[in-house]
Design a protein around this ligand. Structure first.
Ligand SMILES: [Zn+2]
Length: 330
């Protein structure tokens, strides 16, 4: 990456001289500067696999802790990761939330466990036990399907695992799927982030250099802006990821600062594991002016809102990063 950057800098200087010296050639120069800086030769995400992994989770039904869907999805996820990763295991724990004890499991998978330099990729696999943002009052006590809020990030990481089972970068990769992210009541952060709270204090593997969290990464009109708490945690990492998205021409990564959000990355950052969040943050709180994009924590968080292209874009940006520049970012 350092080499590429210095090449681009020199190239930019030459281009600027070129533009100054030859106004008639400006269009050509502009095209040159817009062309991709590098070509990534793969591996790449498979959209059909991502769709399958979303469907497999949704077929389990709502996956809130204590539900049948939670049990069956846990089996699917750990069995899948055992076939793809070098090691995979459950990190079980119990938490008392609002007077009830929940048995929960973070699902952990490790690739190249012998490598010292490691990167954490994470998402939450549970879904919310109540649709408290639903417009229909009678639905507000029912669990949500969590197609985007849960299943999307997991599907990208399952496809990442499948890809890494075939081809590995020079760095160790760990995947943790957190449980109990969405157990909290609105306005009370203490009920949320049970899995990441536990894992960050009882880290189940050697500590990574940094982490990347995926949440709400599947919407067909997704908007991923810089998240301020992520920039605070690791500015260079955010810059690297969004730069790669720009080079790849992804329409979903927007190069401006968005709202900050409390999420699993905050728990990791509090324990010194610098972690950034790729999140479609305007879904949170249903503040979007697009009526279709107001399904967060409602019964409308279903497959119809998702696009495999969005999820494969996120995964391909991550793959490009892992295989090309991740070992130069500290
Ligand atoms: Zn949620």
């Amino acid at each position: 990456m350092k080499k590429t950057t210095s090449f681009v800098s020199i190239g930019t200087i030459i281009l600027l001289l070129f533009i100054h010296g030859c106004s008639g050639c400006k269009k050509e120069a502009q095209n040159l500067s817009d062309s991709p800086k590098k070509t990534f030769i793969g591996p790449f995400m498979n959209e059909d696999s991502i769709l399958l992994y979303v469907q497999k989770q949704l077929e389990c039904g709502p996956r809130n802790p204590g539900s049948n869907g939670h049990s069956s999805c846990k089996e699917f996820l750990i069995n899948f990761l055992k076939t793809k990763a070098d090691t995979a295991f459950l990190q079980t724990f119990s938490s008392m939330v609002y007077g009830r004890t929940y048995e929960m499991s973070n699902i952990v998978a490790s690739f190249s466990p012998d490598k010292k330099d490691r990167i954490l990729l994470c998402a939450h696999w549970d879904s919310r036990p109540f649709a408290d943002e639903d417009e229909t009052p009678s639905k507000r006590t029912l669990p949500i399907l969590g197609a985007n809020d849960g299943a999307s990030g997991v599907a990208v990481l399952l496809e990442m695992a499948r890809t890494l089972s075939i081809s590995k970068p020079n760095i160790g990769i760990d995947i943790i799927l957190f449980d109990g992210e969405d157990l909290g009541l609105s306005g009370d952060l203490n009920g949320f982030f049970q899995g990441s709270r536990f894992a960050s204090k009882n880290y189940p593997l050697p500590k990574p250099k940094y982490g990347i969290l995926l949440d709400l990464v599947g919407d067909k009109q997704a908007e991923f802006r810089y998240e301020p708490l992520s920039q605070q945690a690791h500015f260079v990492l955010v810059d690297n990821i969004w730069s790669i998205a720009k080079e790849r021409g992804s329409p979903y990564f927007i190069h401006e600062t968005g709202n900050s959000v409390s999420d699993d990355h905050v728990m990791l950052n509090e324990q010194g594991i610098r972690t950034i969040n790729i999140i479609d943050v305007n879904l949170v709180g249903n503040i979007s002016t697009n009526p279709r994009r107001t399904y967060w924590h409602t019964s409308r968080d279903i497959l119809d809102n998702l696009s495999m292209q969005t999820m494969s874009d996120v995964g391909n940006v991550l793959l490009d990063f892992l295989f090309t520049t991740s070992d130069s970012v500290y």
